[in-house]
Design a protein around this ligand. Sequence first.
Ligand code: MG
Ligand code: MG
Length: 260
Amino acid sequence: MRKINYRTEEEIELIRESSLLVGKTLAEVAKNIKPGVTTLELDAIAEDFIRSHDAVPGFKGYNDFPGSLCTSVNDEVVHGLPTKEALCEGDIVSVDCGVYKNGYWGDSAYTFSVGEIDEEVSNLLKRTQEALKLAIDVAVSGNRIGDIGFAVQSYTESFGYGVVRELVGHGLGTDLHEAPEVPNYGRKGNGPKLVEGMVLAIEPMINLGGKSIRQKKDGWTIVTADGKPSAHFEHDIVVRKGKAEVLSTFEYIEEVLKTI
Ligand code: MG
Ligand code: MG
């Protein structure tokens, strides 16, 4: 098993800087989400914004991924490729963004609605975001990785949703994906112990229907097996005593959404 890194306060500040830039980038994307826009256009907006802040859109070229964003529409769970296809009223789009700056990563994701969406899908988005909050609440030193997964799984399954198993959160720092894995399912008290200075990307991927997924022929995009929508929210946090500190933010996004 790979070794878990414990970050110094100086390193945490650099991860925070990258994570905040992701939040600002997602807000730029949010300004442009409307029926008719393509995810390829959103991708270009994100890339320009990140580069204009002296940072690298880290997803671009990561394992040969072509975009600066992962854009996953409706039944697409994660790792969706930006395309020339326009978003439509009633769609949802999960936008995942990674930034690399000063040697450290930020990684955060938000699922947006395109115009008015069905109430059951709207509830899925709200509850997936709430699951992320509940997960962060238990990401404190002395707890274990399984406590995070349990928090997400017990809450979201109470609504009959499917919790994706094959894709998980992760440690984060000088690499995008570091140990430990942070599953969105689990048992209380199981798994590696949470220790101060561990930086984790927590990212529930929750399906309106069943938990099963498959990969599209493009070699990237993950979709739900039953074709039902899926939501994805992600924050970067550092484990502290008593209360985790969130390094990424949705504040800039929420300011934009208030004006739409
Ligand atoms: Mg991500
Ligand atoms: Mg991630």
